[in-house]
Design a binder for this molecule. Structure first.
Ligand code: FES
Length: 126
């Protein structure tokens, strides 16, 4: 596979029960053409690092449990087309349980409570 067809991902890792600070792990030479972000995460998990946590369920854009941020933008990882360079992080509005998994019941302190409605309403904003 040509280098131009391979991606680099910086992946957020943080376990609040163990780690004092979040960190990023970089993965290079990943396939991404024709992949969603969820597919890339699954590739990393299955082939390179099964120690990180991420979540998905329906894989159809319905349940919204796969929400993450890619290059700073909130997206549904199962619907977002993968890019050549991605920084993948948990959604910033929710407390991190582990790595990309957030607690949808607990907003980050001082965050606008209206956002909980956005996530559940099927609205455009994530
Ligand atoms: S897995 Fe359900 S919306 Fe992405």
């Amino acid at each position: 596979m040509a280098r131009s067809e391979l991606a680099t991902v910086k992946l957020f890792k943080f376990d609040p029960e163990v780690d004092s600070e979040p960190r990023y792990t970089e993965f290079k030479d990943l396939p991404y053409k024709g992949y969603t972000v969820r597919d890339v995460l699954a590739y990393i998990y299955e082939n390179l690092d099964s120690s990180f946590a991420f979540r998905w369920a329906c894989n159809q854009g319905m349940c919204r449990c796969c929400v993450v941020k890619v290059n700073g933008k909130p997206v549904l990882s199962c619907q977002e087309v993968a890019r050549k360079h991605m920084r993948i992080e948990p959604h910033h509005k929710f407390e991190v349980i582990k790595d990309l998994i957030v607690d949808f019941e607990r907003l980050v302190e001082n965050y606008d409570l209206e956002m909980r409605g956005d996530l559940n309403s099927g609205g455009k904003q994530l």
